[in-house]
Design a protein around this ligand. Structure first.
Ligand code: GLU
Length: 597
């Protein structure tokens, strides 16, 4: 039985800056006091912490308000899908530079009722007028802040489909926690402040964005309360009218008008290219259920996101290659990632005929595995031939030209949620760049995405990721759920552009091959090899492993931070372990429903 009256906790900022929640006295649907096991029931403080262990349900997101919104839904009897939509909408308020209703994303869901894994593709689409050459010759930086890069939003359709198929709450109910956070406000933390500061120049170039995020001309100060009443009103109307308000109605018309004629601040010298989006593109949008990808790794079934994401196929192929090797360490992790990226770049996109089955076959993995030697292979590794005919050791084709890679930022966000029935959600949501395309829809309180910059700009004959009418740009998002003997074992995911794939893979290698616990596996320093000459690595990774790996031919380029993962593991003794980042992106928030059985 679901409590339809979702009420939210009060955020309290303590001296010293830590944020906690106290819960006003709430009644359960039947009017009973809340279970005494819940920390909030006793007015207990709920603190932002990276690891939580317990029972009955677990949540990990990058943000305490969003985790709390999800936990409140679970506590009232909602399931993991209900909680995921509530948390995603809340992230649109508190993490608006990574997530929002005008973005897109991928949900992977383990349904405990039938033991099946489902996925929902809410990826943005290109307008019908977009062709393979629409982005050609446009400087990447210019596309980032433009109407042209805004894809047709997918999140709203995805939320509605997820609730309709698997949820128990109405759309309006699921939006309620976000409406409350947007209305009453939340405390600006360092990450929020820094993300505005990093975007200040382009935010200032749009009247609507400057008005919302640069009040008084400067980023909101840390520790102050930030309210977004316009977004609260947007969510309220959306809840009442449903997604049609966006896909066929007034909100959609306003999005199209903003994309076509961005509200550029008078006097700005920025060249802001208009977009190609039409109301008919919005009306044509569908969120889609797709079969998940699946590979088996040492007896565990690893489920991921199929195209248009390359997350599931690339993580899956790399795991298959690792399994075919005699031993697995960090060298093997980097080399298999290199090979899997070579194949991803050549074969995966939103096109018919992606050879998914072959890319994920053991035969192909074995053929690829024999290219892994004692030393790092030459760059770039050529793509393999996932054609169904495999030799134990086919010599590598000559190296092709090194692929140019767009910069990978820390944008996007990932959450994991489990419910009392054993349902599990792994969900990546994004507006692409931190701050999306930088353009707030006037009066509506949300930023537009710039997801279409994930297309290959071209010219690039034969590239499966060139833009096209109605096409979804290839993603790297890799929400992942692992089952063992048909029961959930863990879920994991991360933001970080193409580094999402390597972060998920590295966490699994850390956990399964390097003897780490899940909290250790997330906290460990990261490196990301994506078939480029240099491997990006966090300074601590280079300090710890650089000498040994450099001796084997790896070349590292330091990068301050890779990813911001969240995970949950079902521990052997029946406890749930929710895990978020201890440090990266300001640290995340893990919560469990009950600390005791
Ligand atoms: N647009 C990216 C992707 O789908 C996600 C955003 C990011 O993390 O860069 O791969």
């Amino acid at each position: 039985m679901i409590d339809r009256r979702l009420a939210l906790p009060l955020a309290v900022v303590l001296a010293g800056g830590s944020v906690l929640f106290t819960q006003p006295a709430l009644a359960s649907p039947a009017g009973h006091p809340m279970s005494p096991g819940h920390p909030a029931a006793s007015g207990h403080r709920v603190e932002k912490k990276p690891v939580a262990e317990g029972y009955g349900g677990a949540v990990a997101t990058v943000d305490l308000d969003a985790s709390q919104a999800a936990l409140d839904v679970l506590r009232r009897g909602g399931n993991a899908v209900d909680a995921a939509v509530a948390a995603a909408a809340t992230l649109g308020v508190t993490e608006p530079f990574s997530a929002g209703l005008a973005g897109g994303g991928f949900i992977v869901y383990y349904d405990a009722r039938n033991g099946k894994v489902h996925t929902i593709d809410g990826r943005e689409t290109a307008p019908k007028a977009m062709t393979a050459s629409s982005l050609e010759g446009i400087p990447f930086d210019e596309a980032v802040t433009s109407g042209l890069s805004a894809g047709v939003p997918g999140s709203v359709a995805q939320w509605e489909l997820a609730l309709r198929r698997f949820g128990t709450l109405s759309f309006r109910q699921a939006l309620q926690p976000a409406i409350e956070v947007a209305s009453r406000g939340f405390t600006v933390d360092q990450t929020f402040h820094d993300q505005v500061a990093a975007n200040a120049a382009r935010f200032a170039d749009f009247t609507s964005t400057a008005r919302l995020y640069l009040p008084g001309g400067a980023p909101p100060r840390v520790g102050t309360t930030f309210r977004n009443p316009e977004l609260a009103a947007t969510y309220r109307t959306l809840g009442r009218e449903g997604g049609d308000w966006l896909y066929r109605g007034r909100l959609g018309a306003e999005i199209v008008a903003t994309v076509k004629k961005p509200p550029v601040t008078p006097g700005s010298t920025r060249n802001v290219r208009p977009g190609l989006m039409e109301p008919s593109d919005l009306a044509a949008y569908r969120a889609l259920e797709r079969p998940p990808t699946k590979v088996t790794y040492r007896g565990m079934d690893v489920y991921g996101m199929a195209p248009p994401s390359s997350g599931g196929s690339t993580v899956g192929e790399a795991l298959n290659i690792l399994e075919a090797l005699p031993g697995v360490g960090l060298h093997e992790y980097l080399e298999t990632s290199r090979l899997a990226f070579a194949d991803r770049n050549k074969y995966v996109g939103d096109v018919p005929g992606v050879p998914l089955e072959q890319l994920l076959s053991d035969g192909f993995a074995k053929e690829r595995a024999c290219l892994v030697g004692d030393r790092a292979m030459g760059n770039p590794a050529p793509a393999g031939s996932p054609d169904g005919s495999y030799e134990p050791c086919r010599p590598a084709a000559p190296a092709g030209e090194a692929a140019e890679e767009a910069p990978q930022g820390p944008e996007t966000t990932h959450m994991v949620i489990t419910d009392r029935w054993g349902g599990v959600v792994a969900y990546n949501i994004t507006i692409e760049s931190t701050g999306g395309n930088g353009i707030v829809v006037p009066g509506r309180g949300f930023l537009l995405n710039n997801e279409l910059t994930d297309f290959t700009f071209g010219p690039a004959a034969g590239d499966p990721n060139l833009p096209g009418p109605g096409k979804r740009p290839r993603s790297s998002m890799a929400p992942t759920i692992v089952l063992k003997n048909g029961r959930p074992l863990l879920a994991v995911g991360s933001p970080g552009g193409a580094t999402i794939i390597t972060t998920v893979l590295q966490i699994l290698v850390n956990r399964w091959e390097l003897g780490m616990t899940m909290p250790e596996a997330l906290a460990a320093p990261r490196a990301s090899q994506r078939n480029t000459a240099q491997t990006q690595a966090e300074p601590a990774f280079i300090e710890r492993h650089g000498a040994e790996l450099t001796a084997r031919g790896h070349v590292f380029a330091p990068t301050p931070e890779i990813g911001a993962a969240t995970a949950v593991e079902f521990l052997r003794d029946g406890r749930l372990q929710a895990v978020a980042e201890p440090v990266r992106r300001g640290g995340g928030s893990a919560l469990v429903l009950r600390e005791r059985r």
